[in-house]
Design a protein. Structure first.
Lengths: 257, 202
């Protein structure tokens, strides 16, 4: 008798699953029919000031520019970056990315200070010193890889946001992609930090050099993010509002931290 | 009479056994203390599956979802994605939407996972926001950047902790769908939305 029960138990556990799934599905069905959810998500997901219906005065232009950028990404930038990626091994490209990143230290440092994030500014300094020395002019990132010291990325747009400056109307920039009034204007002080302190310290660098350097920077960066743009596009029903939403959400959470 | 007693006793035993078996299946759901360790197991398993060159793409997809199906609350996600429009739907429409949207979410998730097959995932910490909300913070160490990925858990009707939203680099997936659908449904019908989603999951 007991053996029979044991075998029965065993069999039920093994084969009872379709029965259990049916139970789960009928419970689900009841929940759907009776609107019987125990959890209210609405308060968490209702936008207040963050409403998507906020003004978008440049939407016509933005849409056009989104389509233009899409054409450039899909037909020019991404194929070129793919070829570049095939030609240069990923380790080399990561090193190039590290070097560029190390050089933008002044932007991160100054903006951390401006936001009174002194500890983070100190951390950034440690990273800069370690990577510039042990990391051979920033080509390597021993600060993170060996010491686990993470970056604290800040820029002037985040600084303004930190002090309550609103984003302003959404603006899609040619090639650079989504931005807004505050963040676009903020490119100016950040670039000044780049040119005076970092990169363009040597005044013998010509405009052609600057264009070449920037091209390398973006080509290299794109080659390390292949597939992401296409993946994002697949989730969009309407490309422009989707990218705009992604950008604004990302900026808001960057400013908060 | 003796026979009746035996048959009613057997019936009771069978009922108890069935109940126990259902409960044992339910026990596969995640308890609060286990969230971190269980998710680590699932994420590691997924990484291994993605890197396994011997499996076909379809096999990988199916196995990854076997791992994650028990923790994703697709029904709540469908409800969140439609917001106020959910209540306006009929039962059949709700079911149809849930089925298609679930498929869309799965496709999208796998798509993203495939981009980062060789990258490490670190479990950072767990935060209990409210009685009914837990956030699991993870970091994906990509080629050029570290991506913050937050899994948001809530306690469902069955007292299981389930994921109702995932936040990648500060962007809430549910918020983006919600905004998209809200804007779409302001100028289009629900049937149109369903049709569009079905095209995307083909």
């Amino acid at each position: 008798m007991k053996i029979f029960l044991l075998i029965f138990c065993f069999t039920i556990t093994l084969f009872g699953e379709p029965y259990v799934n049916k139970q789960i599905n009928t419970t689900k069905q009841k929940i759907i029919e009776n609107n019987d959810f125990n959890d209210d998500f609405d308060s968490e997901f209702t936008e207040g000031r963050e409403s998507f219906v906020k003004s978008d005065p440049l939407s016509g232009y933005n849409r056009l520019m989104t389509n233009f950028n899409d054409f450039v990404y899909v037909n020019i930038l991404i194929p070129t970056a793919t070829m570049y990626g095939d030609a240069l091994p990923s380790a080399a490209r990561k090193s190039i990315s590290n070097a560029f990143n190390n050089l933008t230290f002044p932007i991160r440092f100054v903006n951390n200070i401006l936001q009174l994030k002194f500890y983070n500014a100190g951390v950034e300094t440690s990273r800069f010193v370690i990577n510039s020395t042990i990391g051979v002019l920033g080509f390597f990132d021993p600060a993170f890889n060996d010491f686990g010291i993470e970056e604290h990325r800040e820029d002037f747009g985040q600084t303004l946001g930190f002090y309550g400056v609103g984003a302003g109307p959404h603006i899609v920039l040619p090639i650079f992609g989504p931005s807004n009034l505050r963040d676009t204007i903020s490119m100016i002080p950040d670039n000044m930090l780049n040119s005076t302190v970092g990169f363009y310290h040597d005044s013998s660098i010509t405009t052609t050099d600057i264009i070449q350097i920037n091209t390398l920077y973006y080509l290299n960066k794109t080659s390390l993010h292949l597939g992401e743009y296409e993946s994002i596009k697949k989730d969009a029903i309407d490309l422009y509002p989707f990218i705009r939403d992604l950008y604004e959400q990302k900026r808001m959470s960057e400013i908060k931290e | 009479m003796y026979n009746n007693k035996i048959s009613s006793l057997s019936k009771n035993i069978i009922k108890t056994l069935l109940l126990l078996s259902i409960l044992s299946v339910q026990a596969m759901a995640i308890k609060e203390n286990d969230i971190s360790s269980q998710m680590k197991l699932k994420i590691d398993k997924t990484t291994n599956l993605l890197q396994n060159k011997k499996l076909s793409a379809d096999d990988k997809i199916n196995q990854i979802f076997e791992t994650f199906d028990s923790v994703f609350d697709y029904l709540s996600m469908s409800r969140i994605a439609l917001g106020n429009n959910w209540k306006k739907l009929s039962s059949e429409q709700k079911k149809a939407f849930e089925q298609t949207f679930t498929l869309k979410l799965k496709r999208s998730y796998i798509d993203k996972l495939n981009l980062y097959t060789n990258e490490k995932v670190k479990i950072e910490r767990i935060e209990k926001i409210k009685q009914n909300r837990i956030e699991l913070h993870t970091k994906l160490i990509g080629q050029e950047e570290i991506y913050d990925i937050v899994y948001k858990f809530h306690k469902s009707n069955n007292n299981e902790w389930l994921i109702y939203d995932v936040e990648m680099i500060g962007v809430s997936i549910m918020k983006t769908y919600r905004n998209q659908f809200k804007e779409f449904l302001s100028t289009n019908s629900f049937d149109n939305l369903l049709a569009q989603l079905k095209i995307k999951v083909k």
